[in-house]
Design a protein around this ligand. Structure first.
Ligand code: GLP
Length: 268
């Protein structure tokens, strides 16, 4: 696993956006051979999405032949609700990057049979040829997508009950009222993320410091589901200095040293 440490959120966001653009451009996607990208929501990727929009507008990348799969969606809030992940993605990325609507995949948390929706999502990923790069964030408890502590590290797309901790964390988007945060969500599984050819996680801010320590410096553990990435053949965490507050000095120095020449996003 690579750990890229940037000194600010702005630099982290640029780094990740440039990395994604390079990954897409190196692949040279066409209609018959699209690039398949997994995407998260949350505040962490917002800076990266802003940078991606700029890079599209500057003509550095095109999303015409990119297919996206989002990680998760709440159950029971309408698609047009301002805090649905459908709305989030439309507002923060999709409206600005010229991606064909039919290339966008987001779980439907309002469908009658949620289990069928989850199973079909896995099939759709398979039919698209699998995910090349899954971008993700983490919750303060180290969850990836909505794979809350205790989730199977082999889990697939399914319905999850959100923990009280996660609902409190996300209540900032729901008038700070935990009762307005949905109790259920549909989410890709840890296994679904692990199937991607490559996984890149954004870890930003002091609030994620404990999780980063657990994920990197301790063992693989279903209570910190993002720690599964230790077993991925090509995973990378891009964080800022604040997020390293609970890492050993030795780890920080080690990763800074081995990445010191990679000022531009290099793909190894
Ligand atoms: C939610 C999302 C996760 C995201 C997490 C952290 O739980 N399902 O995919 O990583 O929030 O969000 P933020 O980046 O706002 O801290």
């Amino acid at each position: 696993m690579r750990l890229i440490i940037q000194d600010s959120y702005g630099k982290l966001s640029k780094w990740v956006a440039n990395y994604i653009v390079k990954a897409i451009n190196d692949y040279q996607p066409t209609t018959d051979r699209p690039y398949v990208l997994g995407l998260p929501t949350g505040s962490s990727p917002i800076g990266t999405y802003r940078e991606l929009v700029k890079l599209v507008k500057d003509g550095k990348v095109s999303f015409k032949n990119v297919i996206t799969f989002n990680m998760d969606e709440y159950v029971g809030i309408r698609e047009g609700h301002p805090e649905s992940y459908h709305s989030f993605m439309r507002k923060n990325l999709f409206e600005e990057i010229g991606i064909p609507l039919e290339n966008i995949n987001i779980l439907d948390g309002n469908t009658e049979d949620l289990k069928v929706e989850c199973d079909q999502y896995e099939e759709r990923i398979k039919a698209a040829g699998g995910i090349r790069l899954f971008l993700g964030g983490i919750g303060p408890d180290g969850h990836i997508a909505f794979n809350e502590p205790g989730s199977s590290l082999y889990s697939r797309t399914r319905i999850k009950t959100l923990t009280y901790d996660t609902r409190i964390a996300n209540s900032r988007f729901f008038d700070n009222d935990v009762n307005k945060v949905p109790k259920l969500a549909l989410t890709v599984g840890v296994g679904t993320v692990m199937d991607a050819d490559e996984v890149v996680l954004i870890v930003n801010g002091h609030g994620k410091a404990r999780a980063l320590h657990k994920i990197i410096e301790e063992g693989v553990n279903h209570m910190w589901t993002a720690s599964a990435l230790q077993l991925h053949r090509k995973s990378m965490i891009v964080c800022n200095d604040d997020a390293t507050a609970e890492l050993k000095m030795e780890s920080v120095n080690y990763f800074k040293d081995i990445e010191k020449d990679n000022l531009e996003p290099c793909r190894i």
